[in-house]
Design a protein around this ligand. Structure first.
Ligand code: FAD
Length: 412
């Protein structure tokens, strides 16, 4: 069986490893328009910062493809999928015949309508190459302006801070990580980042970039002007859906897939940031642009291609990230409608848990990440909770969970 995978990142790796583990004996071709073997995309910030060396960027060892019966084709962009003839066709005309296809094309930076924006005066921060581009231009005299205080914008800010003269992050919303955190938890992170020296301009947008060849200054929606020698656009991402759409795959914002990562077309699967998948808590289909989810979806696709009946993954938005060594773990729904949040300060950290109708639905843990795995399991398994505050007590742990599972089983 010929399996073609478009894109070579988390979702691709999950699919390749599932096919191999299933003994599918598949002939796998992985096609990427980048020029690297699979690397940890989130690591580009540590690479730019200087905390990670090139050789540690790779997600798998040098023999990964060979060992798993896969061939990697780099520097090649797939321009078209012919779903009738079952071929992926590259921009240079090469054709890759498939029996099963995985679309794992991820996403690209959104380009909001900013006056004066050109390819020359703007950097993005999605790929290893992007990090190299920023590195090449950044000096200790550079004023950096970043549009967007999402995960990518904040990671960019963290990684350039030590190498720049100043770092300013401009965000349309009133808080940092606006789609992940609520105001109260975002304020904790904003304080930390501000103390480190990052300046925030919230509830503002970049209206204009002055300097077509090289950025000279940034004009904000408020009229304020910021000196700028390097501008990074991190104002959201757009799923790379065009080739799927052209082939007749159903596309909303992302490609809707089922729990086995199937699209509406037979033998065409999609996984990772390009998809919309079911949130296990809300049951909504949404884009959960996170590395572990991309891997799990790719794995589910590989299992299904190989005819392995594994229980499908329970996907929830969950992220573990550090800023300046300060760990933050978020999961589930944070600040959703009808939720009650409870908070506990623990030394230098804060834990915030979010409940609705007696169930734990979300968590935001700042520098206090113990029990994160347990809380996540409670969110996923939807265990009824009598006393929310019990979860924040010192001795709270695994025993409680076992007791509650026992009680739940008995009551069923
Ligand atoms: C700076 C940064 C920090 C992040 N931090 C975190 C974090 O802390 N935790 C977390 O969970 N997630 C994080 N993420 C998100 C995470 O990296 C993504 O969720 C994950 O990489 C998605 O994997 P994917 O397989 O869907 O595709 P992607 O990683 O998006 O890769 C898709 C690949 O397909 C290629 N491609 C697209 N179209 C074509 C085509 N037509 N032909 C050939 N190739 C094509 C692209 O060039 C790209 O190489 C971060 C991302 C960034 C950029």
């Amino acid at each position: 069986v010929n399996v073609v995978i478009i894109g070579n990142s988390a979702a691709a790796a999950g699919c390749i490893e599932a096919l191999h583990a299933a003994g599918a004996n598949a002939n796998i071709t992985v096609i990427t328009d980048e020029d690297k073997a699979v690397y940890g995309r989130p690591l580009i910030s540590y690479y730019l910062w200087g905390k990670t060396k090139e050789q540690h960027m790779y997600y798998r060892g040098a023999s990964f493809y060979e060992k798993n019966g896969a061939t990697l084709v780099t520097g090649t962009r797939i321009a078209k999928i012919d779903a009738q003839a079952k071929k992926a066709i590259a921009a240079d005309g090469r054709e890759f015949a498939y029996d099963k296809l995985l679309i794992a094309t991820g996403s690209s930076p959104a380009r909001p309508p900013i006056e004066g924006l050109t390819d020359k005066n703007t950097h993005t921060f999605m790929t290893w190459k992007d990090a190299d581009g920023i590195k090449a231009q950044l000096t200790h005299d550079t004023d950096v302006v970043i549009a967007g205080a999402g995960l990518i914008g904040l990671k960019a800010a963290e990684s350039v801070l030590a190498h720049a003269k100043s770092v300013t992050v401009v965000e349309l919303f009133e808080r940092v990580l606006p789609t992940v955190l609520d105001n109260e938890s975002a304020a904790i992170l904003e304080k930390l980042l501000t103390e480190k020296g990052i300046r925030f301009c919230l509830k503002q947008s970049v209206a204009k970039i002055v300097g077509a060849e090289k950025v000279e200054k940034i004009v904000l929606s408020s009229g304020e002007e910021l000196p700028c020698g390097l501008f990074i656009l991190a104002a959201g991402v757009r799923p790379n859906t065009q080739i799927a759409k052209d082939a007749g795959v159903t596309v909303n914002r992302g490609i809707p897939v089922d729990e086995f990562s199937r699209t509406n077309l037979t033998d065409i699967y999609a996984a990772g940031d390009v998809t919309e998948s079911k949130d296990h808590i809300t049951h909504d289909k949404k884009i959960m642009a996170l590395w572990p989810n991309a891997y799990l979806q790719g794995e589910a696709a590989g299992n299904h291609m190989a005819g392995v009946s594994e229980e499908p993954p329970k996907l929830i938005p969950m992220n573990a990230v550090t800023f300046f060594g300060y760990p933050i773990i978020t999961a589930g729904i944070i600040g959703g409608e009808g939720q009650t949040g409870i908070l506990k300060e623990t030394g230098n950290g804060v834990k915030k848990l979010y409940f609705k109708d007696g169930y734990l639905q979300g968590m935001a843990l700042f520098n206090a990440v113990e029990r994160a795995g347990l809380y996540t399991a409670m969110i996923k398994d939807k265990i009824k909770i009598e006393d929310p505050y019990e979860l924040l007590q010192e001795g709270f742990g695994l025993n409680w969970y076992e007791k509650s599972v026992r009680q739940q089983k008995l009551s069923q």
